[in-house]
Design a protein around this ligand. Structure first.
Ligand SMILES: C[S@@+](CC[C@H](N)C(=O)[O-])C[C@H]1O[C@@H](n2cnc3c(N)ncnc32)[C@H](O)[C@@H]1O
Length: 180
């Protein structure tokens, strides 16, 4: 079932992990945004609370960071390799007046420090999760949560798995909650 989901989603993404952008950083997934309804479910599953620190690994247009700051009153950080997407996110953050609690780090998600995270959100590809996992194993504090969209972390046991049969666009989504 997971293999089928992976194949379908990779096809939907339109390509496999792409070549490095700056020579030293690997593009771990193409831009494929999470629908807003699923973003909210991810943050609810992760039980994000006001004042907590959230990191979205590969933040795209910043929608997870923005909802975390605006609706959940968290201190939210997105890490994004694509300069255009990072810029677009920052513009929207400014437009919404969320500069104090929503931040974008333009850079490689494999080169950051997540030791302050209460919640991590991830929507990458299966092979990319394999690369992120050792970093999170090393850095995350005890009790930190990770919510993964569609692709599980193979070496971890999820505390909860939630399947949304129809995301509003006719697609099924699976969310995995992990706790360190
Ligand atoms: C599938 S999209 C998910 C976007 C967003 N998190 C969401 O759920 O809507 C994956 C994102 O990861 C970014 N990305 C890929 N490799 C990255 C890397 N090494 N460092 C930071 N961002 C990366 C891509 O540019 C893309 O925006």
């Amino acid at each position: 079932m997971n293999v089928i989901r992976a194949v379908v989603t990779i096809a939907a993404f339109g390509c496999r992990a792409l070549a490095a952008q700056d020579g030293s950083s690997e593009k771990l997934a193409p831009y494929y945004p999470t629908p807003e309804t699923i973003v909210e479910k991810m943050l609810q599953l992760g039980a994000l609370k006001a004042g907590e620190k959230l990191f979205d690994l590969g933040s795209g247009d910043g929608r997870i960071v923005i909802m975390a700051a605006q609706k959940f009153h968290a201190d939210a950080v997105g890490v994004e390799l694509d300069k255009g997407l990072a810029k677009k996110s920052l513009e929207q953050i400014r437009r919404l007046g969320l500069e104090k609690t929503a931040h974008i780090l333009m850079g490689d998600l494999l080169k950051q420090n997540y030791s302050s995270a209460d919640l991590i959100t991830v929507y990458l590809l299966p092979g990319s999760n394999d690369k992120v996992q050792p970093l999170l194993d090393k850095q995350l504090k005890k009790g930190a949560r990770v919510v993964a969209h569609d692709f599980e972390f193979k070496g971890w046991t999820p505390e909860k798995v939630e399947t949304i049969e129809d995301d509003g666009e006719g697609r099924s989504r699976t969310l995995y909650l992990y706790r360190k």
